[in-house]
Design a protein around this ligand. Structure first.
Ligand code: FES
Ligand code: FES
Length: 228
């Protein structure tokens, strides 16, 4: 059944809440004891009868960009490191490695998460989408990628995978709801870009996402207008 649509501000709040709370909860267990009760293993059991993972490597299964993948990781390994160092899926970038910049953003079961703040074992059995899975198999760029290119929404490109995943989530969650500039900037508030000044990114998003009926996108002041 389709999930209830959420407003952009609800998406942003959920993203922050999930990332920090869930990571701290999982990491404190992993670090203090070297052991972890994974989500899949966390079904109600008799007290003291929880199955634990670790401290050595544990086998987890992920569905990454539609493909089933198995990997053996220690419970302390983040989802970002599992993707980059164990599976050679390097599109999500490690920049701050502490949940600040958003460069590592991926979707887990359709919700954006900072992969540096999620343990790989917490993603066991779940769907993970990365920037590598956004374009079509024939190489055709996703409309958001195409728009970012057209509107000069990237320079060094280091923030771009995270930006794209955030906008893909926004597009899905608000597929028929009008999106305005405020919504886009709010959704992107967790993605730091050091190069562009954001104007091109916002213009690209507004060119693709449903626009309010009473507002023309051309009203957005711009120093790098869309190429026509
Ligand atoms: S690398 Fe994950 S938020 Fe910066
Ligand atoms: S394009 Fe360089 S950090 Fe955003």
């Amino acid at each position: 059944m389709r999930r209830k649509k959420q407003k952009p501000e609800e998406i942003a709040a959920r993203k922050d809440n999930f990332s920090r709370r869930d990571f701290l909860k999982g990491a404190s267990v992993a670090v203090s004891g070297g052991l972890l009760v994974t989500e899949a293993q966390a079904a109600p059991k008799a007290p003291g009868a929880e199955a634990v993972a670790g401290p050595g490597r544990v086998a987890i299964s992920l569905r990454i960009n539609g493909k089933a993948q198995k990997v053996n990781v220690e419970p302390r390994v983040t989802l970002l490191d599992a993707l980059r160092d164990y599976l050679d899926i390097t599109g999500a970038k490690k920049v701050c490695d502490r949940g600040v910049c958003g460069a590592c953003t991926v979707l887990v079961d359709d919700a954006s998460v900072r992969a540096c703040l999620m343990l790989a074992v917490q993603a066991d059995g779940r769907r993970v989408e990365t920037i590598e899975g956004v374009a079509s198999p024939d190489g055709t760029l996703h409309p958001i990628q195409e728009a970012l290119s057209r509107h000069h929404g990237l320079q060094c490109g280091y923030c771009t995978p995270g930006v794209v995943m955030t906008l893909v989530e926004l597009q899905r969650e608000c597929s028929n709801d009008p999106i305005d500039e405020h919504d886009v900037r709010r959704a992107l508030s967790g993605n730091l870009c050091r190069c562009t000044g954001y104007q091109g990114i916002v213009e690209a998003a507004l060119a693709v996402l449903p626009k309010p009926l009473d507002q023309s996108r051309d009203m957005i002041p711009t120093s790098c207008a869309p190429l026509r």
